[in-house]
Design a protein around this ligand. Structure first.
Ligand SMILES: [Zn+2]
Length: 355
């Protein structure tokens, strides 16, 4: 492996070079060292710091606005898809979509950022693909929070080269019914908790999710039963049943409002919230976000899944996903990216940040 990456190379080649450095979550030291060395060599104008296996770099040009670009360096475990392989206009391999194409575009911008239009911060972080507590951004927020602040955050996760704004929140609840055990031969002496759940399931089946439009982006909420447990034995009237429900809610609702809504839907039932994550408003009204949307052409769309944009939104900044590749290929063995999407994303960000 080369000692440094050529950050002035075509971002397609840069993507392949990054893919060829194995960096499964928790094993990012080699790629983080490589990224740091390459930035120090090719972009000496940047202020650079390390946080574990994350590399942070920023300009200090005194501009009115700061744009933060973030990309994780780790991948899911390789699955007979390492190293990279190029076939015609398509680059295959672990991390091509999620998200070394985005990292490559960020590195190319970083190398050229000496005279950027906005101040720029680049966050290359570790352990995104595993539990949130180990996520590099969690640590960075704890130790170096001021590095994450700006007027717009762009998380360069795959979005098919379209600006995906904000993201939906998620909440899991447990709905519990209780009854009274009895021998099934004398069922009238008991009370069946599983039967008692019938009404909750009917409400779910009849539920009509909202599709609110925010800043021109249409969100699509969801309310789904994801698990049900109950039962004691084959001849006992069950005295307990627990239904787990996952709610995906548009970012015009806070976590508290989402919880209130679920308590209304399941009124009369015992409801317990087990976990949640707030959504992120698209914030496309902000000037820096408008400039990005203009540079990207096309119409921004709503991000439906939860991503790290929500962490930036929680810091009070508009945050979008924008990166090469089809997100539905992420984490698959067939992971691949059409190389012209890498070129396209790179051109948009150059237009927005450098020209
Ligand atoms: Zn990712």
């Amino acid at each position: 492996m080369a000692d440094t990456l050529d950050l002035f190379a075509d971002p397609i080649d840069l993507t392949a070079a990054l893919v060829d450095v194995r960096s499964v979550s928790g094993e990012e030291a080699e790629i983080a060292d490589l990224v740091e060395r390459s930035l120090r060599l090719h972009a000496p104008h940047l202020e650079i710091t390390r946080s574990g296996n994350a590399v942070l770099a920023r300009t200090n040009l005194g501009k009115e606005r700061r744009v933060v670009l973030a990309g994780h360096l780790d991948t899911v475990p390789v699955n007979e898809n390492f190293p990279s392989r190029r076939e015609g206009g398509v680059l295959h391999g672990c991390g091509t979509v999620d998200m070394k194409g985005g990292d490559a575009v960020m590195l190319a911008i970083a190398a050229l950022s000496e005279n950027a239009r906005h101040d720029l911060t680049f966050v290359f972080y570790d352990c995104e693909e595993i539990e949130a507590e180990r996520n590099g951004l969690t640590r960075i927020q704890r130790e170096l929070e001021q590095w994450l602040h700006g007027d717009l955050a762009i998380v360069c996760e795959p979005s098919n080269g379209v600006v995906e704004a904000g993201c939906q929140g998620t909440m899991r609840i447990e709905v519990t019914t209780t009854g009274k055990r009895a021998h099934t031969a004398r069922a009238w002496m008991g009370e069946n908790a599983i039967h008692g759940m019938g009404e909750a399931l009917r409400r779910l089946a009849a539920y009509e999710p909202r599709q609110p439009e925010i800043d021109g982006c249409r969100y699509h909420e969801g309310l789904q039963a994801v698990k049900i447990t109950g039962g004691v034995a084959g001849n006992v009237v069950p005295d307990g049943c627990v239904l787990t429900v996952n709610h995906r809610f548009a970012p015009d609702r806070t976590v508290e409002q989402a919880e209130q809504h679920l308590r209304e839907v399941f009124e009369g039932f015992d409801v317990q919230v087990t976990d949640f994550a707030a959504g992120a408003l698209p914030g496309l009204g902000a000037p820096a976000a408008q400039e990005l949307v203009e540079a990207a052409g096309g119409t921004p769309v709503a991000k439906l899944g939860w991503t790290d944009v929500a962490r930036f939104a929680a810091l009070g900044m508009p945050a979008v996903n924008f990166g090469p590749g089809d997100p539905t290929l992420a984490h698959t063995r067939e992971e691949n990216v059409p190389v012209q999407q890498i070129t396209g994303c790179s051109a948009v960000l150059k237009r927005f940040l450098l020209d």
